[in-house]
Design a protein around this ligand. Structure first.
Ligand SMILES: NC(=O)c1ccc[n+]([C@@H]2O[C@H](COP(=O)([O-])OP(=O)(O)OC[C@H]3O[C@@H](n4cnc5c(N)ncnc54)[C@H](OP(=O)(O)O)[C@@H]3O)[C@@H](O)[C@H]2O)c1
Length: 242
């Protein structure tokens, strides 16, 4: 890794998987811009990360808000550029059968889970291009498997997957890479929301993905462009993406 000040944006880094990714990047010497709506939780995360990161800039707000997205990009620009954009922030929405689903609520899930990562990518592209950067979009097995009750969430992740693969192809000539990562089941707030009232203590904490992130961030972005990884697969399978 070069001596260059490496800069990353991680959305949804106030807790769960996003905070774990931010910790990995901080330990690898990245300067961080982190996002999330809950200002207190985000400031707590920033305070923890600041004890070992080069620098951390928290930007609180909803990822669907254009001013919040602009603030994330501006922060990276002011820090000197952008090597890595991790689109992790996501919402599950209501869990339940499609025939009982409040269809207008699609109007919330798609902007959060699909629109925001795409707009953020458009805004980040000039910075990413300058550093031959990497976009990591967090997906789910719900994008592929038809889990009863998770249809709307799964549909947003399926859309994100197709758009990410398309993006990876379209950005090849600009030297920017994009990958998909399915982190697998993890004991987080979102997972508890997916199984309301159930004991999810048998699921691993998101720290289980740390070895994968260290492996991915060691790779040349050109070598992984357009691939889909499952972070909890055995190590040898990372070389043969899911
Ligand atoms: N947990 C699993 O088993 C699992 C499995 C497969 C894929 N995933 C994926 O992994 C990623 C992380 O999920 P997680 O389990 O770590 O969830 P989580 O614990 O609920 O964390 C979600 C993070 O995103 C932020 N966020 C949510 N909506 C936001 C919005 N509209 N604007 C800005 N920030 C927002 C949250 O902060 P605020 O609420 O304060 O905004 C939080 O920091 C997601 O993309 C999810 O789809 C999770």
């Amino acid at each position: 890794m070069s001596e260059q000040n490496r800069i990353a944006i991680v959305t949804g880094a106030s807790r769960g998987l996003g905070l774990v990714i931010a910790r990995v990047l901080a330990r690898r010497g990245h300067t961080l811009v982190i996002g999330g709506r809950d200002r207190t939780a985000l400031d707590d995360a920033a305070a923890e990360l600041s004890s070992y990161a080069r620098a951390v800039v928290p930007i609180a707000g909803d990822i669907t808000d254009q001013f919040v997205r602009a603030a994330l990009i501006d922060a990276a620009d002011r820090l000197g550029g952008l090597n890595l954009l991790v689109n992790n922030a996501s919402e599950l929405g209501t869990v339940g059968p499609l025939m009982a689903f409040d269809i207008p609520r699609f109007g919330r899930l798609f902007p959060v889970n699909v629109g925001a990562p795409m707009v953020l990518t458009q805004m980040a592209l000039p910075l990413l291009r300058a550093r031959r950067g990497l976009i990591v979009n967090i997906t789910s097995d719900a994008a592929i498997a038809a889990y009863p009750g998770w249809g709307p969430y799964g549909a947003t992740k399926a859309a994100l997957e197709l758009l990410t693969r398309t993006l990876a192809t379209e950005l090849r000539d600009q030297g920017v890479s994009a990958v998909l990562v399915d982190p697998g089941d993890m004991r987080t707030r979102m997972h508890q929301e997916a199984f309301p009232g159930e004991d999810i203590s048998d699921r691993p904490l998101p720290d289980v993905t740390v070895p994968f992130w260290n492996w991915l961030f060691d790779q040349d972005p050109d070598a992984v462009r357009g691939q889909r990884f499952a972070a909890q697969q055995e190590t040898s399978k990372w070389l043969q993406p899911a």
